[in-house]
Write a protein that binds this ligand. Structure first.
Ligand code: URA
Length: 190
């Protein structure tokens, strides 16, 4: 039933006119993609240009590295569900505002509730801090934290943003290692 519930949630976001200015400047809502019954949900910050054009999360350069991370764990996009905190592209790829993140937060929580994953992997400092306010990404990356969301506890594993690997080659292995650990934790808590 998850796919139907996610489609319904998507209609609700559109009907509720969440962030109308972002909606007006974006091409489309980027709800998320992948397996709606996945054990792992990955959450980025907001769609960029390519994502806005194609209506799918992480299809640009950082998405290609995300695919490498998945492949290192023997997975592909059909094994996980990928989404963002904010579901419209902010103009000129600016950071989403606090208000924009807050406006999408209840819908993100419902999205998580529908998918009901074992593990939530946040990608980047901004996404991580939405779940772990005292996050220090250089200290905490790869370390699971238990967080209560709606009526259950979730394991949140904060990772660096895959874009970090594009600018810093040394980061590639850190991200892959953290993702392998996170995949192992998801498997063992299945
Ligand atoms: N960066 C993100 O945080 N999300 C995307 O979907 C693409 C790039």
């Amino acid at each position: 039933m998850s796919a139907k519930d996610l489609a319904q949630l998507q209609s609700e976001i559109i009907d509720a006119a969440v962030c109308p200015e972002l909606a007006a400047s974006a091409t489309q809502l980027v709800m998320g993609a992948g397996n709606p019954d996945a054990d792992i949900v990955l959450i980025g910050e907001a769609p960029g240009k390519k994502e806005d054009e194609q209506g799918k999360p992480f299809v640009g350069a950082s998405g290609r590295f995300l695919d490498e991370m998945l492949a290192a764990a023997g997975m592909n996009r059909d094994d996980v569900y990928i989404t963002n905190i904010v579901k419209y592209r902010p103009p000129n790829n600016r950071d989403p505002s606090r208000e924009e993140k807050a406006a999408f937060w209840p819908y993100l929580l419902r999205q998580i509730e529908i998918i009901n994953p074992n593990v939530i992997i946040t990608l980047g400092r901004h996404s991580g801090m939405a779940f772990i306010p005292d996050l220090v990404i250089s200290r905490d990356h790869g370390q699971p934290r238990t967080v209560q969301l709606h009526d259950r506890e979730y394991l949140i594993i904060p990772l660096y943003h895959p874009a970090a690997a594009l600018y810093n080659g040394g980061m590639r292995q850190t991200l892959i290692d953290d993702f392998l650990d996170a995949a192992g934790i998801a498997r063992s808590s299945a």
